[in-house]
Write a protein that binds this ligand. Structure first.
Ligand code: SAH
Length: 231
């Protein structure tokens, strides 16, 4: 997916993404409007916070481009309902976890977003980002649970999940995550090796537990690493 825009405020950037129909649900627009990207890109990158491209945030990792955040939220929107239990694998900067947490807690619903990241310092930085964005209360009241751990394993103790977002490219669909998906749930995961074309893949589990996969579009993500410290 290639799309690029540049704006001077968060609101203008989200507006442009909406004009380009990268999000169509008002709930997605609202969640992105309430999550200010400036707080998630790192202080040195503040001047390019509203440019639609991925930005390095240290540890060889990037915060995804805003259009990719919009696409992911839009794909999952019907599953990010108030009260839902959802998982964000490879949470990095924390941006998408916050947007997901706000959607599942709309109207003070007791939804929960579990954010899973394997680089501990990045996880700690994401907590500072979230605080700087004025979203400390999401962590305090348990709406947003940040965990350090391996995305290939997921979080069985807090499963099953209505929706799972994977923010890094997996060489194959992580089966542990499929098994942690609720019947009726949906996962979006970039699949493919670094040197090959990666495909954003939808994994849907029906109410009988039958799993169906579908390719959505070509994408480019950092790898969901296998040799994590948790193996
Ligand atoms: N949605 C995030 C994407 C960050 S990039 C954002 O926009 O900020 C992908 C993230 O996946 C990185 O932070 C990386 O450290 C993390 N990651 C890679 N392999 C992982 C694994 N096996 N388990 C958990 N997180 C992983």
């Amino acid at each position: 997916m290639a799309y690029t825009c540049s704006a001077s405020t968060n609101a203008d950037m989200i507006h442009l993404l909406g004009v380009a129909r990268l999000w169509t649900s008002a709930r997605v627009g609202q969640a992105m409007n309430r999550t200010d990207r400036e707080h998630y890109v790192g202080r040195d990158n503040a001047s390019v916070a509203y440019v639609d491209r991925p930005i390095g945030i240290g540890h060889g990792v990037t915060i995804s481009a805003p259009h990719m955040h919009a696409i992911m939220l839009q794909e999952l929107e019907p599953w990010l309902t108030p009260g839902a239990n959802v998982l964000d694998v490879g949470s990095g900067s924390g941006y998408l976890s916050v947007a997901m947490a706000m959607m599942v807690s709309e109207g003070n619903a007791a939804g929960r977003c579990v954010a899973l990241e394997y680089i501990e310092p990045l996880m700690r930085q994401s907590m500072l980002n979230i605080r700087a964005d004025g979203k400390q209360s999401l962590m305090d009241n348990g709406t947003l649970v940040l965990l350090t751990g391996d995305g290939w394993a997921g979080v069985p103790s807090l499963a099953p999940f209505d929706a799972i977002h994977v923010g890094a490219a997996a060489v194959e669909i992580p089966q542990a995550l499929v098994s942690q998906l609720k019947p009726g749930g949906k996962m979006v995961v970039p699949v493919g090796a670094q040197d090959q074309g990666q495909v954003l893949t939808e994994v849907v589990k029906d109410h009988m537990g039958k799993v169906t996969t579908r390719s959505l579009m070509g994408v480019r993500f950092v790898p969901l690493v296998r040799s994590s410290p948790f193996e």
